[in-house]
Write a protein that binds this ligand. Sequence first.
Ligand code: ADP
Ligand code: UDP
Length: 236
Amino acid sequence: MNKKEQLYEGKAKKVFATENPELYIVEYKDDATAFNGLKKGTISGKGVINNRMTNMLMQMLEKKGIPTHFVEEISDRETVVKKVSIVPLEVIIRNISAGSFAKNYGVKEGIVFEQPTIEFSYKNDDLGDPLINQYHAIALKLATPEEIETIKKYAFAINEVLKEYFKALNIDLVDFKLEFGKQSDGKIVLADEISPDTCRFWDSTTKEKLDKDRFRRDLGGVEDAYQEVMRRLMGE
Ligand code: ADP
Ligand code: UDP
């Protein structure tokens, strides 16, 4: 499978066409941004880690019955994925208070919820990815009511699988963002990535942050944190 023209360059990945009209190649970059692109930097080796981690987790989720866009890893930064039309929603699941939840609702970080929460942001950089509810998403025709139900079902199921998986690695899955896409046959699948860029991971014992918050908050040790999560995933 070869890359043809570049279709898109985002903040963390590039997307290329291939000779197969149903497939894309995504290439993971080391570029990092935060606060809707206001903070920019590089996290050395991040692209390799996020590519491998996403692919490992997506293959694991497939085995648990969650359909994903994953097709084949072709290099340390490149993966063949199914071409989908991305549902323009950032689907955020939270198990523990942190980030914008703590800020918006005036609570401290680290409160363990009795049950996970779900929220949607409208994926629109010009508007700053505003928070919306499922009725807004339907009104805006971002997804149908049936698609929203499928997305919610998958998102909570993914949370249960990932929470358990990371717990065994002594990592608390605090919160994370998912994106879903629609195949040409209408089927909804998990797309984009699952990585320390899109999840909050805390060491279960020390509560040390092992994710992009180290970059967002200038905590140092960013590369080491990404490597540490990867190391545990690889069973080293
Ligand atoms: P952003 O667009 O937020 O800067 P990225 O740099 O990660 O994000 O760019 C990757 C883009 O590719 C995202 O817009 C994402 O929604 C999109 N994408 C991810 N998986 C697929 C897929 N299977 N088919 C089409 N687009 C995808
Ligand atoms: N997230 C993401 N992309 C975004 C916004 C959030 O991957 O554009 C992830 C973020 O890494 C965290 C979760 O979604 O794991 C919840 O983020 P939050 O709403 O707390 O936002 P933030 O603190 O980043 O403003």
